[in-house]
Design a binder for this molecule. Structure first.
Ligand code: IPE
Ligand code: IPE
Ligand code: MG
Length: 241
């Protein structure tokens, strides 16, 4: 499907799921799935930006993922410490930001996060939003606390609190999602970007994340283009984005 009406979603979000199953299926340790998943993330993010997507959000580690065995959590943290920098890519001009709570994280991971943000802060073409130690409810609660604080300080009049203003108080002020993809066949959002997903088109391919290819993303775009986004209205014409 390639015509002038072909719509590229402005904000794509991906719940990167299925790393563990990818490894277990091959008789490998779950950590090998995370390693392979990170390689996939490096490749697919460049491809997605090259298609013209402005914002890419990915769910890399949830607040609830701390419930996993220490060995798996430690492996993941080390993987991120060593590899966040590899997501910096001069060609795509993406500003990398991290959304999530910063408490509960080691100094090494905080340093890796801050270094990556600092190195890309002047990039303008795209935003690469990495949700890390992230929970959608925590995002809403933390925004609400900042709003109450600003009201008490007289910086915000509560009567001026609109949905758009609320968005600006969420982590990094990331706006609504147009296309939300969750790999691995699970059909739930597991506390991901609850506020921003209000009118997202959702797509749940069965592909395990390490196997998610450029062709799989093209297929997701084709599915998105067949959807009719009405936002509660009665416009039956195909009109995305
Ligand atoms: C997603 O893969 C990556 C993280 C949660 C960090 P999983 O580790 O959840 O993989 P499955 O769902 O067990 O296969
Ligand atoms: C959601 O996946 C979190 C990330 C992808 C980082 P999970 O694998 O943790 O979610 P559940 O437990 O299947 O809902
Ligand atoms: Mg999972």
């Amino acid at each position: 499907m390639l015509d002038n009406d072909y719509k590229i979603p402005s904000h794509v979000a991906i719940i990167l799921d299925g790393n563990g199953r990818w490894a277990t299926k091959r008789g490998l340790k779950r950590s090998m799935g995370h390693k392979e998943g990170f390689e996939t993330l490096k490749n697919i993010s460049n491809y997605i930006f090259s298609k013209g997507v402005k914002i890419l959000s990915v769910f890399a580690f949830s607040t609830e993922n701390f419930k996993r065995d220490k060995e798996e959590v430690d492996y993941l943290m080390n993987l991120f410490i060593k590899n966040f920098k590899k997501l910096i890519n001069k060609k795509n001009d993406a500003k990398i930001v991290f959304s999530g709570r910063r408490d509960n994280l080691s100094k090494e991971i905080l340093d890796a996060i801050e270094e990556t943000e600092e190195k890309t802060k002047n990039n303008k073409s795209h935003i690469f939003n990495i949700c890390f130690n992230y929970g959608g409810r925590a995002d809403i609660i933390d925004a609400t606390k900042k709003i109450v604080d600003d009201c008490q300080k007289g910086k915000l009049d509560i009567n001026n609190l609109t949905e758009d203003v609320y968005t600006q108080y969420l982590y990094n002020g990331i706006p609504d999602i147009d296309l939300l993809i969750r790999t691995s066949g699970e059909v739930r959002i597991s506390n991901f970007m609850l506020y921003q997903a209000a009118y997202a088109e959702m797509y749940f391919p069965s592909t395990l994340f390490p196997d998610f290819s450029n062709d799989d993303f093209d297929l997701a775009l084709d599915v998105y283009n067949k959807r009719n986004r009405r936002f509660g209205g009665i416009n039956y014409e195909k009109k995305n984005n």
